[in-house]
Design a protein around this ligand. Sequence first.
Ligand code: NAD
Length: 351
Amino acid sequence: MTTPFSYEALPMRVIFGAGQREAIAAEVEQLGLRRVMVLSTPRGRDLAQRVADLLGPVAVGIFDGARMHVPVETAAAAGDAVNVVGADGCVAIGGGSTIGLGKALALRNGLPIIAVPTTYAGSEMTPVWGLTENSRKQTGRDIRVLPRSVIYDPELTVALPQNVSGTSGLNAIAHAVEALYAPDRSPIMSLLAEDGVRSLARSLPRVVADGSDLDARSDALRGAWFCGACLGATTMGLHHKICHVLGGTFDLPHAETHAVVLPYVAAMRLAEEPDAAAAMRRALETDSPAQALADLAAWVGAPTSLAELGLQEADLDVVVEAVLASQYSKPVAKGELETLLRRALHGGPDG
Ligand code: NAD
């Protein structure tokens, strides 16, 4: 019998396919935008310029100052830039940092966003915003920050360095894993989660072997879309809470942190959640999904310990306290959390 559930579809249009970045101008027109600000990171400036060229006079500016975890100062500077040119919408082209900046503008200035993701992080599919102030990352859900249109063009991911592709893909898989045991899971999201994991697990090794393999890039981006949709529709659990603390308080890099932590949390949670474990076994075609995630992380060359990312033994108490202090769906015992984090710190066995 199907377990009772409720599911709310999120209103957005998705356009997917090689070369579909050409559709950005049509989406801008469809939304009735006349003065668009293009957002990027400093590294993504060239891409932002190409979008501005595509849009012609409708593009009234480029703000290329997006940074990881959206510092409030960055959001304020972007807000000022938007006000100066009188923008009525944004095209955010880049990874989660750029799309996160677009969301901050949507929250502050009410600007609609067209998102053009170039990583597998999945922010484009969620109504979740984040802002970081004084080393504390605050997040919230607000439908106003959900992009109106999302354009997935696998050709834009070809330049994503292979190591970043690997960790970013594991970041996406983490969304799906936690959606499978989320308190508000639903059959449709569980299907997307399983298929998203399947897509990424089969494509990431190919992407890392040959970053220009467009077929593999397309499969990975499709998986990232599905996993991002899971993130947008369910409440995330222990894994995301740990990564949130590590990123917000210790400034650890987002995707790499997810890649390190995922096999440890998966080993713990999948042992308690038989349906989620069964879906992961099917998706990864293995009896040991947590081990398969560790193997995949090793295959794509992801870091294998939090120590490699700069965390120190002395930081663990702060992480444990912060994780335990926050509200999330299924609490964890302090001792278990300490053991998990110590293993992740040193890169010990995931069991
Ligand atoms: P990122 O956006 O910081 O990108 C990483 C680096 O890769 C940047 O320097 C960027 O310029 C570069 N890059 C991106 N795409 C590229 C490409 N195709 N080719 C070459 N270089 C490219 O990293 P991310 O992992 O995508 O996003 C992380 C951020 O997103 C974090 O702040 C995280 O909290 C947030 N996030 C939010 C949500 C949400 O739902 N709100 C979901 C996922 C991630």
